[in-house]
Ligand binder design. Structure first.
Ligand code: ADP
Ligand code: MG
Length: 480
């Protein structure tokens, strides 16, 4: 397949649904917290009872504007809601309230590794409920389905990209950055497994050099970044095979099955006219004043790209900056430590080293530990002031994570403070030199790498408390 790949160019556009973290639904007062008992958040509005009226949730609009601004979109001064008709068992009204030709956000972009990916639009809409397939008929797996309408009416922002991506890696990087953005601005959990962020991938192929895009297939049901990449790779190969055999790719919606690692046809893809969109008569068009937009802009938290730049300007490598930003809990913790005046380099070494390893090992988040930014800042200060060595710091950080003890307290209790008194260290250095005559001869004979051995012995004697620089200097002096 590899050389066939060279003949074709891949075109990808993503439609990402982000579930907005409002307290209540987009047009109803029911809560929309994940994991509640089935069918408990179901007001008559959610159930689509005759005569009920939707009322727009202002917080959902605020979050839509905030996201649009973070994605460099224009926020038109007017948007409106439309009915999109289709029948699903988990959509009691028989239509979804969405936005069709006048969405809340238009014409944006985000930059991924220096490449600009256009964002066509982002629009507000309501989510459907959930079908739970149950029973078993031995063949298709389930013999009946139950419906849970808790999710029905949860606000979604659908973010539609331009067909600007050219590989599965680019699509994944775009999706990851989008997730970072919605999480940092606090509008969405970005949890692909729980479905609070969902992605439909549109994929087509065309002969290299062609200007005309091929017919696309839309892939649904990818619920991890790696599944997205696998699904796209599979789909590219499937389409190339069809075209190579003289066939035509049909426009359709396909489902990704991550177990069998293939896509299968779900339904022919509807065209917009099949949905019979018309303006939602129960909701007024929404006027968004410039003051409103500017007010929200002024509350914009630092975006992931700016955070990365800032970390790099503090001396972090691009790699470290990326890794920290990917883990929002760590990044927010790091920022708190910086605010307390800690040296960034030492803080990063702890966070990316011992702390990250501990969290991974325990499968927990930093907020689940007893370590506070204040405690880490104090530890760093002790190292900077030469009260303790870096190595001692690396030992006591674990007690701090587990028990929340202050570094200064541990140092005091265990007598870990660094020996900086030169004459005291000199005595120990001399003792080590005297008791290792063979190594001294070898060292003087040219085996200079034995210096490390002597340093190690002194550290052992002092339980790691001697100042390493002083030890090195004194050893060189005494050994000549
Ligand atoms: P629909 O609303 O029917 O899903 P849109 O025109 O809104 O269709 O496009 C949906 C997504 O498909 C967009 O992200 C767009 O970038 C992408 N797309 C459109 N044409 C192609 C194509 N030929 N190949 C790949 N992606 C495409
Ligand atoms: Mg679409």
């Amino acid at each position: 397949m590899e050389n066939l790949r060279d003949k074709y160019e891949v075109v990808i556009g993503l439609e990402v649904h982000a579930q907005l973290k409002t307290k209540s639904k987009i047009f109803a007062p029911d809560g929309c917290e994940f994991g509640k008992e089935q069918n408990t958040e179901v007001s008559p509005i959610t159930l689509g009872m005759p005569g009920v009226l939707p009322v727009l949730n202002k917080e959902a609009v605020n979050m839509g504007i905030l996201t649009g601004l973070a994605l460099n979109c224009e926020i038109p001064s007017r948007c409106k809601f439309d009915r999109k008709q289709y029948f699903y068992p988990d959509l009691p009204k028989g239509y979804q309230i969405s936005q069709y030709d006048e969405p809340i956000c238009v014409n944006g972009y985000i930059d991924i590794n220096g490449k600009r990916i256009g964002i066509t639009r982002a629009h507000l809409e309501e989510d459907a409920g959930k079908l739970v397939h149950a029973g078993s008929d031995g063949l298709a797996g389930s013999s009946y389905s139950l419906v849970d309408l808790n999710r029905a009416g949860t606000p979604l922002l659908e973010i539609v990209s331009e067909p600007d991506m050219r590989s599965s890696e680019e699509a994944r990087a775009y999706m990851e950055e989008l997730r970072n953005i919605v999480r940092y601005i606090g509008v969405c959990d970005g949890n692909l497994e729980e479905g609070s962020m969902r992605c439909d991938a549109n994929i087509s192929i065309m002969p290299k050099g062609s200007k005309e895009f091929g017919t696309r297939a839309e892939i649904k049901n990818v619920n991890s970044f790696s599944a997205l990449q696998r699904a796209i790779e599979y789909e590219i190969d499937r389409q190339i095979e069809i075209v190579e055999e003289g066939g035509k790719v049909v426009q359709e919606t396909r489902l990704w099955d991550d177990n069998s690692r293939e896509t299968r046809s779900m339904r022919g893809k509807e065209d917009a006219h099949d949905y019979r969109y018309f303006p939602e008569p129960d909701l007024m068009p929404l006027e968004i004043s410039r003051e409103w937009v500017e007010d929200i802009r002024s509350k914009m938290p630092e975006l992931p790209s700016a955070k990365r730049q800032r970390y790099m300007s503090l001396g972090l490598s691009e790699y470290d900056a990326n890794v920290i930003v990917e883990q929002m809990g760590l990044a927010l913790f790091f920022d708190e430590v910086l605010k307390l005046g800690a040296t960034p380099k030492i803080a990063v070494n702890f966070i990316m080293g011992e702390i990250a390893a501990y969290l991974k090992d325990q499968k927990i988040e930093i907020t689940d530990t007893h370590l506070t930014p204040d405690n880490l800042a104090e530890l760093i200060e002790l190292i900077e002031k030469n009260t303790i060595s870096n190595n001692i710091g690396k030992q006591i950080i674990f007690d701090m994570l587990k028990e929340g003890k202050r570094a200064s307290k541990i140092v005091e209790e265990k007598g870990l403070s660094q020996i900086t008194d030169e004459s005291a260290i000199k005595e120990i250095v001399q003792k080590v030199v005297d008791s290792n005559p063979n190594q001294v001869t070898a060292y003087k004979g040219g085996k200079v790498q034995l210096l490390g051995f002597f340093v190690g012995q002194v550290m052992k004697e002092t339980k790691g408390r001697a100042n390493p620089k002083t030890v090195n200097d004194l050893l060189k002096e005494i050994l000549g």
